[in-house]
Design a protein around this ligand. Sequence first.
Ligand code: EPZ
Length: 428
Amino acid sequence: MYKFIINGGNKLEGCVSISGAKNAAVAIVAATILCDEPCVLENVPDISDTAICAKILHEMGASINYTNKNTILIDTRNIKSPVVPLELARSMRASSYFLGTLLGRFHEAYVPMPGGCDLGDRPIDQHIKAFDHLGATHEIVNGTVHVKADMLIGNQIYFDFITVGGTINAIFAAVKANGLTIIENAAKEPHIVDLANFLNSMGADIRGAGTDVIKVRGVEYLKGISYGIIPDQIEAGTYMVAAAATRGDVLIKNVIPKHLESITVNLRKMGVKVEEFDDSVRVSVEGPIMKNNVKTMPHPGFPTDMQPQLSTLLTIADGTSIVTDDIFDNRFRYVGELRKMGAEITVKDKIAIIQGVDGLKGAPVKATDLRAGAALIIAGLCSEGITQIDDIFHIERGYECIEEKLQAMGADIKRVYCQPMDSVAITG
Ligand code: EPZ
């Protein structure tokens, strides 16, 4: 299996270009099931989650042609069955999107309960609620969700709490339903707007994406288009924090600064210099990193997907910080790994109290999920000595060429293969 070996202490300098947004790409690839013609998707991140989504479509009968590693021609017209293959679907959360798209096209779907990062219980009751409101019935048999509808009829859907996946699946089920669907208490993430733009470019009628009320008027036909996916705000934020943690000076290109606002505001509060340009931001540090109290919120608040990364920066800030993340049951599983590197963090329920230390020390650690893995890379980059990160498959689900991008900015990071039970000798 592969590990990252990082020799910490190098400042990140120069520039990095951000790839397409993972959470937009997985939704848009799934959305091609609703399209009545072939589609070309551009700026698709070359990561395992998007590859698995495309593989699922291919196994179901779609034709998938990569014109390059970031551009895919997808034709789903040959998909005849609403059954998603078990093994692939269980590996990620985004497989839940096949429920909404297959229901929207075939009025039926069989999808295994989704997998994805282990952040605690991740039910799909709100997704099911949306489908039920549009006229579907559902059952879960042997871990497979079966939804079915004689007809999908537009209706009002009010989510009990904000859910990104629930909002996306409600749009999928409504886009070809009869009549008007009003989705209230909708999530407002940039990738929901990107998905709505993709579907509207094909001829859908979706209004209000990016606000908490989204109106979807059903249409009969969605034409094929070429569509470029937005840049990944979380990948960009990860490199912003890495630049700050190494006290570097980095230009992060191909971003939408508006999508980074909550990250920029919090970094500036911590004494980090962030300069915004049309499609890039420059991050540098002159003085000390200062403490900060942060609570994760749905967009436009500070994203939970940036919490492990920012918390890592806070471990070397001056003073004590408090981080609250109650969006998931347990988004602090990485804290034990940071403690091995000398971080002083205590977690009680969904609140972390972080006492800044002078510096971290390299150690052998393990990625527990995607963003936790990114946080451990940041910790390794700013540590003294060598850090070995196991289970990097988590990281490769969501970050395209992360070691190459970091190497280009001066990081001493290598991706090495180790036989299971091998441990790379850690030398100081
Ligand atoms: C999406 O997950 C993202 N994943 C997550 O990113 C992200 O952390 C999350 O949104 C919040 O922004 C993808 O887009 C593939 P939710 P999702 O539905 O849709 C609970 C990453 O690192 N809930 O907004 O699963 C749920 O358990 C990943 O890129 C229900 O209880 O998030 C969670 O506690 C990690 N019932 C909270 O709501 C439901 O029916 C928010 O979940 C749905 C959700």
